[in-house]
Design a protein around this ligand. Sequence first.
Ligand code: PMP
Length: 410
Amino acid sequence: MSDILRERAQFTILRERIGKGQKPLVYLDNAATTQKPLCVEEAAQRYYEQANANIHRGAHYLSRLATEQHEAARQTVADFLHAESAREIIFTSGTTMGINLVSQTLALSGLVGQGDEILVTTDAHHSNIVPWQMLCERTGARLRPIPLTAELSFDFASYEQMLTPRTRLVAVPYISNALGALNPVADIIAAAKRNNPQTLVLVDGAQSTAHLPVNVQELGCDFYAFSGHKIYAPTGTGALWGRAELLEQLPPWLGGGEMISEVSFEKTTYNTLPFKYEAGTPNIGGNILLAEALRYVQRVGLEAIDTHEMALTRRLYDGLAALDGVQILGGRENRGSLISIHVPGVHHYDLGTLLDQMGIAVRTGHHCCQPFMASLGITGTTRYSIALYNNEDDIDRALRATERALNMLR
Ligand code: PMP
């Protein structure tokens, strides 16, 4: 057995039997959220039994201990993303909050103005569309979708034509969540910076961080946001990385707590990075568990994870492609470990419901990508998404169940 297959034992929930039929669970909804390994569960118990206290300014032992662990967790996130410094890591509740932090601070900054343009991909998640629409409403900037090619990949030629002196920001998913496309983010960033070194680029790392090694310095982007719960950590955790000079320049968004330096009724001054952006008591336990999950991923190894997941993805792709009437969104290569299908004449919800009855957990619907669905003229897809603990048996069961379900539905 390859080393990675042994990791399945870390995830107790995968031994659950599901529903009335007590079917073995095949969990293929990892793009929505991943399961948590034992080491994260144990770290939660350790933290709450031995270290829990509010951090910063605490005179007592537990407060110092929790502060140390919390700030060590920040360093772990910085190392994981290859950030220059832990000052550049802002803990958030997830990708959505990270992107909103950037859009809200930009709105306050005066750096985005009337006639500026913000480019996003057509297949972006609502969390990477709506915050920019809100920024546009407040500043008079314009949001422009970058089209996809006929093969549903990033349309680089159109993108290059859309880059103008007015382009203020480009926001792209590294891996899109409804389509699964692995976008050429390094080239996208380089083209934006060639066009205008002042153009900001935000990478939505919600779907990439658990699958690919990320080096924010090599990528050359300005912001990178991800969610802890999609990388084996608890919900309500995540981080935003931003280039220090930008984070220094932008104003804080939320007020109160550790984000202040001095407060008076006449004038309040703000704390240094990263605390300037962390108002209120942070998710202390959660952030410490996020670091535990990242260490877990590092122990398993992102390259081993990628190799394993992509082999399973190709097995799933080939199996689905062989089923009658199944249309797979996007090509076999250049994708993350998720596959969305559309079956003309079969509602995705019906397929998902039958799969559930067979013990297969997939996601159906628009996946928070309504503009993308509208561009395809469909209301939703059935999405299978793979994590490090899935194995060939999961894929084969999902394929057999899909075939059976489709036979029942047609
Ligand atoms: N962007 C992408 C590409 C996603 O897949 C998701 C989650 N489905 C988000 C953003 C939002 O993440 P969260 O809900 O964890 O904030």
